[in-house]
Design a protein around this ligand. Structure first.
Ligand code: F6P
Length: 196
């Protein structure tokens, strides 16, 4: 039996502004989340008998790296865990995208799975990108993966058995630890919301 821990990064300054992509740092609530997450996973103030990740994998972006900063364990940054590349829409709000690129906005709404941002990626691209990460996860146990909304939708789809069409809409809330346990070929997901 294997256990995996998943979380989005704590709230970022871009989340506060409703801007997508970029490499913003954590907000004050996001920093609070990094402390609370550490309390669940072997960091300062944690239960000595509680779970401790053997490996910690983040994206290359500072909001995921800073989210795990209080958690003990060997860390690795993986480019494949970076958030969906929104190409020409990076750094914009959804309202700004609708104003500046109304056709793009409509196309994404029509087929969010296949829609690829100009100079960026689609959910189908992401599914390919995370395949290697999922394979590597399944060779390990007690791995903590801290990544981003779209990428986690794709990774969790594997464990939830989601259909491709529903993947871009899977709810992966901020400030929530997901604990996935495998029982042979079956997976159970526990959702642990953490107060910030
Ligand atoms: O808003 C946070 C974020 O991680 C963005 O960086 C990213 O573009 C977006 O979520 C992905 O979600 P959706 O595919 O629903 O736009």
């Amino acid at each position: 039996n294997r256990t995996f821990f998943f979380s989005r990064h704590g709230e970022s300054e871009f989340n506060v502004l409703g801007r997508i992509g970029g490499n913003a740092d954590l907000s004050s609530r996001g920093r609070k989340y990094s402390e609370n997450l550490a309390k669940q996973l072997g960091g300062p103030g944690s239960n000595p008998n509680g779970p401790k990740p053997r490996l910690i994998w983040t994206s290359e972006l500072q909001r995921t790296i800073h989210t795990v900063q209080n958690i003990p364990g060997p860390r690795t940054t993986l480019k494949d865990l970076n958030e969906i590349n929104a190409g020409i829409c990076e750094g914009l709000t959804y309202e700004e995208i609708q104003e500046r690129f109304p056709q793009e906005f409509a196309w994404r709404d029509q087929d969010k799975l296949k829609y690829r941002y100009p100079l960026g990626e689609s959910y189908l691209d992401l599914l390919q990108r995370v395949d290697g990460v999922v394979q590597a996860l399944l060779l390990n146990t007690d791995v903590l993966v801290v990544s981003h909304q779209a990428v986690l939708r794709c990774i969790l789809a594997y464990f939830k058995g989601s259909s491709p069409e529903e993947i871009p809409y899977v709810n992966v809330p901020l400030h929530t630890l997901l604990i996935v346990k495998s029982y042979g070929y079956d997976f159970k997901i526990e959702t642990v919301p953490l107060k910030v």
